[in-house]
Design a protein around this ligand. Sequence first.
Ligand code: BV8
Length: 251
Amino acid sequence: MNTQRTGIFSDQLHKKILSATSIVAFTGAGISAESGVPTFRGDEGLWKKFKPEELANFDAFMRNPDLVWEWYSYRKQIISKIQPNPGHYALAALERLVPQCAVITQNVDNLHRRAGSTTVYELHGNIERNYCIGCGRQFANQDIGQFNRAPRCPCGGLIRPDVVWFGEMLPEDQWNASERAAETADVFLAIGTSAVVYPAASLPVIAKRSGAYVVEINLEYTELSRTADEVLLGKSGDILPQLVSECFQNQ
Ligand code: BV8
């Protein structure tokens, strides 16, 4: 039981964090919710209006490139207007306080890097990058402007967002680095994820099996809660800054 506590958090969690050589933060859409990025499966979640199979897969894109592109244009516009929140900044601060600290994110919004995290593994790509499905040429968002029709490359090929769609492999280098980080973590923080998308959702289990102390930070219990050593219910934008300042107040 982790009942013993001097501050908000259990003494056990304090001990684990302060003695950790490696801390991994595994994040999902929930960590960006307080920045104004809609989550996927919440009440007003992105998938509410659309079904993943309709939009976030290659066949849907080839069947109706303009509809899929319109959805990504809408999300790109949201992401171009938002800022990282205290949860992102707390993880960037943690990277400066712990010998090894990696962020493994399922998010495509680039907010961890914008908050100052430097070791960030993007499992599902990055919505600020795009590429031609014909010749592979890369395009930044500003190179292609805001289209509601799928833009075309000078070679004539369709341009798609550089995100991982359902049924697509994750970037091998990002997955391998994430698996290694999960296997060697002393503390594994699973933050703002419903833990239903694989293989990403297997990382907390890999960490647990490899001996990590697994802590879930979420508004509610999830598939992952039974695996976690501790579940901290609340907003990540509140909990993460409190956790970092309480554990490292003397540094
Ligand atoms: C693959 C990028 C190999 C695009 C995304 C059956 C069983 C198991 C697996 C499968 C299966 N059938 C198919 C599969 C594989 C499939 C899969 O897992 N499907 C699921 C749905 C069953 N996976 C794949 O296809 C993956 N590839 O397997 O490759 C392969 C290859 C070929 C053939 C076969 C296999 C690729 C998956 C990647 C899909 N791409 N996104 C885009 O963004 O447009 S997934 C999408 O979901 C996002 O990346 C998102 O990050 C991810 C997970 O969602 P969450 O981040 O968890 O967000 P969600 O809204 O669900 O939850 C938010 C949470 O935050 C909630 O719990 C909420 O309570 C909490 N929260 C909210 N606010 C706060 C908060 N917490 C704290 N503070 C707050 N303020």
